[in-house]
Write a protein that binds this ligand. Structure first.
Ligand code: IMP
Ligand code: MG
Length: 435
């Protein structure tokens, strides 16, 4: 049951994606005009057609209108891309004026084709009582994005978030997970894989514990070449610990020393500033525990500080988690402006039942993967349009996958089951391209 409280809570700006809400609003117009409940009876009454004929007509009309709108948005994105690539043009694109929070696009998005694909799966145009939803639009955007990365170019690098994307929150990638054969299939197709997770551990055994199903399968798969096996890396703590697949290591992963993968910008992050940021964040988190009487305890790490539930399985109220994220973000911004430390990127986010502040963020994590695998290629880096990051956290405030949008294309999933569906869609498109 959706309570009024839940509805109002979802309206808070930090819990909305403006682009998706805007498209949803555009689609609501034909929904009201052509699909509203009275549409079920209207045609039959006025034309004498049978009710199944009238339903078909209404569905076709809604489908046509929805398709037209998505084609118009598609063209608007094309225009936005022209603006973003033209440094001499001082004017914002029409899309930027309509959706001020819109960011850069790495590819055009075939939204009309993606809508037709999702409409066949989800029967969006057949619905009379439920208008095109946030999830409909999110899935249309995902389909458009994977159509684009496979059709206009070649997918070279796929990066995945861990919790909620590859496995349920706090769980591990078990050997029977349906995600595993799909990831192996990507390796067979010579796509590089980066697991870019916020979970920050300094040793390989901890990542093996979370990812053993996948790592063991890769190690034991005789059909993968050594190069394909070495095409998996784990980027932990957002952008802090890099491990490469290593069949000879007991935990199938070897740590890579930082001096081998830090980007020049990351090398300039000073340890004193990092510690100062973590100290400021720690004070703010402690204050939140006290002021909201949170059932939580503080966890300080080498490159992160967070609060975790205490006792371990108690739920921390969602509002308290979000308040904590927004407050810590604000305090860190102020302390940077006040000159207490130099600006070093950080990411404060709500992990579902914890809050963490990590040094760096997934834009750096994905960028490291692009450089790692791109080192031997022309240009030395895999480009954004050849990269796809799949994750569950894409709200602009307090969500860690959101940052990956600045370095590559992205897909926003809501569960590991959706990741499986997305990977099947991707495999299908890549297969068609090959044939
Ligand atoms: P992700 O979804 O794979 O990015 O993982 C996020 C989750 O990892 C968080 O919700 C935390 O529960 C957990 N985690 C463990 N260690 C850390 C850390 O150092 N920083 C951030 N999250 C961590
Ligand atoms: Mg996640």
């Amino acid at each position: 049951m959706t309570t009024r409280y839940r509805v109002e809570y979802a309206l808070k700006t930090h819990r909305r994606d403006q682009f998706i809400e805007w498209i949803k609003g555009l689609l609501a117009v034909p929904f009201v005009l052509y699909s509203q409940p009275h549409g079920v009876f209207d045609n039959a009454a006025t034309t004498g057609a049978s009710s199944s004929e009238s339903l078909t007509t209404t569905r076709e009309e809604a489908h046509r209108r929805y398709s037209e709108i998505l084609r118009d948005v598609e063209l608007m994105i094309d225009d936005h891309i022209l603006h973003q690539n033209d440094a001499d043009n001082p004017f914002p694109s029409k899309l930027k004026l309509l959706v001020p929070s819109i960011g850069p696009f790495f590819t055009r998005l075939p939204l009309e084709a993606a809508f037709k694909f999702q409409d066949r799966k989800r029967y969006i145009s057949s619905r009379r009582f439920v208008s095109p939803s946030f999830n409909d639009v999110r899935l249309i955007l995902n389909s458009a994005q994977i159509m684009a990365v496979t059709t206009y170019g070649t997918l070279q690098l796929a990066t995945f978030d861990g919790d909620v994307t590859l496995y349920d929150d706090g769980q591990s990638l078990e050997p029977n997970s349906p995600v595993i054969p799909r990831l192996i299939d990507l390796l067979h197709k010579n796509v590089k894989i980066g697991i870019v997770t916020a979970a920050g551990y300094t040793s390989a055994d901890r990542y093996y514990a979370r990812l053993h199903g996948l790592l063991d399968t890769i190690a034991n798969d005789p059909t993968l070449s050594p190069t394909q096996k070495n095409s998996l890396i784990v980027m932990g703590g957002e952008a802090n610990y890099l491990f490469e697949f290593d069949a000879s290591s007991p935990h199938l992963l070897s740590p890579v020393p930082r001096d081998q993968w830090l980007t020049p910008e990351m090398m300039s992050w000073d340890d004193r500033d990092i510690n100062q940021i973590l100290d400021v964040a720690e004070d703010a988190l402690r204050e939140c525990i006290k002021s909201m009487n949170l059932p939580a305890e503080l966890m300080r790490k080498d490159r992160a500080v967070g609060i975790i539930p205490s006792p371990p399985h108690v739920r921390i109220p969602r509002e308290s988690l979000e308040e904590t994220v927004l407050l810590v973000q604000k305090i860190l911004e102020i302390s940077t402006r006040a000159g207490r430390h130099k600006r070093v990127p950080f990411c404060a986010f709500n992990g579902g039942n914890d809050v963490f502040v990590d040094i760096g963020d997934k834009s750096w994590g994905v960028k490291v993967c692009q450089r790692w695998f791109g080192a031997s290629t022309k240009g030395g880096i895999i480009k954004g349009e050849n990269t796809l990051h799949v994750g569950d956290q894409f709200l602009s405030a307090g969500a860690n996958d959101f940052r990956a949008r600045s370095v590559g294309t992205t897909a926003w999933i809501a569960s590991p089951a959706e990741t499986v569906e997305l990977l099947d869609e991707l495999a299908d498109l890549m297969g068609k391209k090959l044939s």
